[in-house]
Write a protein that binds this ligand. Structure first.
Ligand SMILES: NC(=O)c1ccc[n+]([C@@H]2O[C@H](COP(=O)([O-])OP(=O)(O)OC[C@H]3O[C@@H](n4cnc5c(N)ncnc54)[C@H](O)[C@@H]3O)[C@@H](O)[C@H]2O)c1
Length: 252
């Protein structure tokens, strides 16, 4: 395939929220997209939407914690599209609890989805990117990496992804592969709405309290994050690597 063929993006957790917004944005920019999610139906629905709008996309059901499934995913993408240009490692879960109540399972589940999943996808993507001397990786970190009550597992995972980002930027830079992280603050998605439910707050009250802490005066939208991911995948960001970009409306 010609070097200037439309870029191919693999977006994990692409069935909803930030991942789905990223899929839509990258497709609009001309990328061919693999929409990857544990929820195979949701991934297929987003892929069908892109295809109906004239783009090129496939939906793939995959648990990013499953090494064999991740390997099969990248084999499928390579067979279908012939290349991988962007990896957006976005799949995520929360299992919040205070330390004394947090189970080992809650700890492992969150670390596995974010860190093990990110590592497995990065390794498989790099195997396709390195021979072409071309690629962009973006990991979804979070402001929670700086510490957040009730999120010992999640903040550890999100800080870990910052270390993975910096390390992979050193290892893969010589192969013309940029590796960066985006660290969102509060973004209105199913993930944050579930927190309201857990705290027994109405979504409206929960959102109002979050908004009051954000200097820019509004909640983040999935598209706010997708825009930054698209920039980091673009050639305009070709000298940006190893960075963690906080996209949080200036939350102190
Ligand atoms: N929403 C926020 O405020 C916020 C803030 C900071 C960081 N983030 C991060 O951004 C990313 C996207 O968050 P979101 O708010 O869109 O969440 P979301 O819950 O709306 O979407 C996450 C998606 O990941 C998928 N997923 C979960 N486990 C998976 C697995 N093992 N394999 C494959 N897919 C899996 C889910 O099915 C879901 O479709 C996550 O990594 C999250 O931690 C979100």
């Amino acid at each position: 395939m010609a070097a200037d063929a439309a870029p191919v993006a693999v977006v994990t957790g692409g069935a909803q929220g930030i991942g789905a917004a990223t899929v839509r944005r990258l497709a609009r920019d001309g990328a061919r997209v693999a929409v990857v999610d544990l929820a195979a139906d949701g991934a297929a629905t987003v892929a069908a939407e892109i295809t109906a709008a004239g783009g090129e996309a496939i939906g793939v059901g995959c648990d990013v914690r499953d090494e064999a499934a991740v390997q099969a995913l990248f084999e499928q993408v390579a067979a279908r599209f012939g290349q991988v240009d962007y990896l957006v490692s976005n799949a995520g879960v929360t299992r919040d609890n205070l330390l004394h109540k947090m189970s080992r399972q809650e700890w492992e589940e969150v670390l596995d989805v974010h860190c093990l999943g990110g590592f497995l996808c990065a390794r498989a993507a790099a195997a396709l990117m390195v021979p072409r001397r071309r690629g962009k990786m973006v990991f979804l970190s979070s402001t929670s990496a700086l510490g957040n009550r009730g999120q010992a597992n999640y903040s550890t995972a999100k800080a870990g992804l910052q270390g993975l980002t910096r390390t992979l930027s050193l290892e893969l830079g010589p192969f013309n592969i940029n590796v960066n992280a985006v660290a969102p603050g509060f973004v209105d998605t199913a993930m944050t709405r579930a927190v309201a439910q857990r705290l027994r707050l109405s979504v409206e009250d929960f959102h109002a309290a979050a908004k009051a802490r954000i200097p820019i005066g509004r909640l983040g939208l999935p598209e706010d994050i997708a825009n930054v991911i698209a920039f980091l995948c673009s050639e305009e960001a070709s000298y940006v690597t190893g960075q963690v970009l906080y996209v949080d409306g200036g939350r102190p």
